[in-house]
Ligand binder design. Structure first.
Ligand code: FES
Ligand code: FES
Length: 168
């Protein structure tokens, strides 16, 4: 099959490649770029394990072709923190034991970022409703909800401190 050129800004780095038009974004990330933090749990838009950010909004990367992301910004779990400096959402999942096997966790964290982006102070009901597209088969969700609540609080506090510093 013929290939088409694409350039996607992935985790802040412009990445060019030739892909078959049928290549899913998640396949491109995992198989071509070895960004294997983005998982495939179902391949049918149900489990959310493949959630990434596309131009700032959470999407399921098994529902998009890589060519549809041409010219856009994609952020994956590899792009939101580091081992030395966890993102507040990663830190909160760690603190609140929001994971067991970890398979769902990258997608959960990317979905959590979207929930907090939409509302920096989400209620428990909002969190549970908006996690409807992300399945976890281990934790029972309780600690995931606690982790997102904690992360939102930490991020609000950091935002307030940065605002304060800018005013000083
Ligand atoms: S692998 Fe994409 S939603 Fe399950
Ligand atoms: S931690 Fe195992 S599926 Fe969520």
């Amino acid at each position: 099959m013929s290939r088409v050129p694409i350039t996607i800004n992935i985790n802040g780095m412009p990445t060019s490649a030739q892909v078959e038009p049928r290549t899913l974004l998640v396949q491109f990330l995992r198989d071509e770029l070895e960004l294997t933090g983005t998982h495939v749990g179902c391949d049918t838009s149900q489990c959310g394990a493949c959630t990434v950010s596309l131009n700032g909004e959470a999407v399921k990367s098994c529902t998009l072709f890589a060519v549809q992301a041409d010219g856009m910004d994609v952020k994956t779990i590899e792009g939101i923190g580091s081992v030395d400096e966890l993102h507040p959402i990663q830190a909160a999942f760690w603190e609140q034991h929001g994971l067991q096997c970890g398979f769902c966790t990258p997608g959960m964290i990317m979905a959590s970022a979207e929930i907090i982006r939409r509302n920096p102070d989400p209620s428990e009901d909002e969190i549970r409703e908006q996690l409807g597209g992300n399945f976890c088969r281990c934790t029972g969700y309780h600690n995931i909800v606690k982790a997102i609540t904690e992360a939102a609080a930490v991020m609000r506090q950091k935002g307030a401190e940065q605002g304060q510093a800018a005013d000083d």
